[in-house]
Design a protein around this ligand. Structure first.
Ligand code: TXA
Ligand code: MG
Length: 377
């Protein structure tokens, strides 16, 4: 057990004095969890192999899954990579600081433990002012995976970090909830065309507006799902792990109208009622004593009346937010997963969500949590 230094720091009104004890821990090879705009990260000096080993140990993370290196200023990327490609320059100029992780050929300064032996390194400049100042004060690039125990949902509140890592790390900075709530977009910028390896807050459309057509790695498309042999080795090794999942089995409800996942128009009452009906029909068939339902506000609003008719087993209904507000739903997803973990639910039926803007990343996380299991009513 480590003595974990835990401190609340106001993310809007902090001073260097608040952060210096944690920056010193990092500079001395310690591990410190801190908020970013996406999720909480567990930081360590990216140039110090012993510190990196502590990160893998604290998380229980397989060492073949590489880490993202966080920097405090765009030029701090340069020593870490062989060349900043013209594509990377465009992406950096437009999206840094922000939730975009850029994969480039690594330089020899980056330890193997960071890249898991890959020839590339992933670099990110977070937008969260506290994160940036902490990295600047530490004076070294900071490797930071999400600050959860391996296999658990990424932490979007300091309480999640405390649950997973108290006594396992040297410091935890409580800087309030994370605004985005899903991990950064990971994009391969080694070539001329961007290739999305993990969808996130910076969407394909946003990148296309400055960098031309954007490819999506085949392992991420539905056709390529579960067929890594068919679609080529996963370029982002994290793709092969079951991430983000709640403890309960999660199943996505296939709604019959289109069979697609984007049939949830915010203001279409018939479509909303159809989704509610499918969720309840699926619930009726289950053996579980209490069934979790994860849905939009709109679906939840019609679920009660319909349940009185259809009489499913007892339900624990949790809403992500309005279907019209994918950002709100994204910010709530991992929080809801963890709430389900604290409930007696052993099965969660989830509604597919509209794949607009960050909705693409949201559905990516939901499908991963479901192990790509869909069920038809
Ligand atoms: O938003 C985020 O990115 C958060 C915060 C803390 O910054 N960090 C995060 O780290 O999500 P982590 O370790 O949970 O996820 C890193 C992802 C993994 O899927 C990993 O496989 C991928 O980035 N990755 C890291 N280095 C890579 C590389 N050289 N090439 C391809 N993918 C890489
Ligand atoms: Mg993670």
């Amino acid at each position: 057990m480590k003595a974990t230094r835990l401190q609340v720091v106001d993310p809007q009104h902090f001073t260097d004095a608040d952060l210096l004890p944690f920056a010193r821990l990092l500079a001395a090879g310690g591990t410190v969890a801190f908020p970013t705009e996406t999720v909480y990260g567990l930081g360590a000096d990216a140039t110090n192999p012993a510190a990196l080993s502590s990160v893998f140990a604290a998380k229980g993370r397989p060492s073949d899954n590489p880490l993202i290196v966080h920097v405090a200023a765009p030029q701090d990327c340069e020593p870490l990579v062989r060349t900043v490609t013209p594509l990377a320059r465009v992406l950096i100029a437009r999206f840094w600081p922000g939730p975009l992780t850029i994969v480039l050929q690594r330089s020899s300064r980056v330890p193997d433990l960071v890249t898991a032996g890959l020839e590339t390194v992933a670099v990110r400049l977070p937008a969260h002012p506290l994160a940036r100042r902490l990295i600047a004060l530490a004076g070294v690039p900071i490797a930071a995976p999400s600050a959860n125990r391996s296999g658990r949902p990424s932490p979007t509140r300091s309480g999640h970090v405390v649950t997973d890592l108290m006594g396992r790390v040297d410091g935890i900075i409580d800087g309030g909830p994370c605004a985005v709530g899903l991990e950064s977009t990971v994009v391969d910028a080694t070539g001329a065309q961007p290739v999305i390896l993990r969808p996130g807050g910076v969407t394909r459309e946003m990148m296309a507006s400055v960098a031309g057509p954007v490819a999506i790695h085949p392992a991420l498309t539905r056709a390529g799902v579960g067929e890594e042999g068919h679609s080529g080795a996963p370029r982002s090794p994290g793709m092969k792990y079951t991430h983000y999942a709640p403890r309960a089995r999660l199943v996505l409800a296939r709604t019959s109208r289109s069979g697609a996942t984007d049939q949830t128009p915010p203001a279409n009452p018939a479509a909303v009622a159809e989704v509610a009906r499918v969720l309840l029909a699926l619930a009726q068939r289950q053996q579980a004593e209490t069934i979790g339902i994860l849905c939009t506000d709109e679906t939840a609003a019609v679920l009660g009346a319909l349940a009185a008719e259809m009489k499913p087993p007892p339900l624990v209904v949790k809403t992500l937010g309005s279907a019209a507000n994918p950002e709100e739903m994204a910010a709530n997803l991992f929080l809801r997963f963890r709430e389900f973990d604290d409930s007696p639910v052993t099965l969660i039926l989830a509604q597919p969500l509209p794949e607009k803007a960050i909705g693409h990343a949201l559905m990516n996380r939901l499908e991963k949590a479901a192990g790509h299991q869909w069920e038809e009513a």
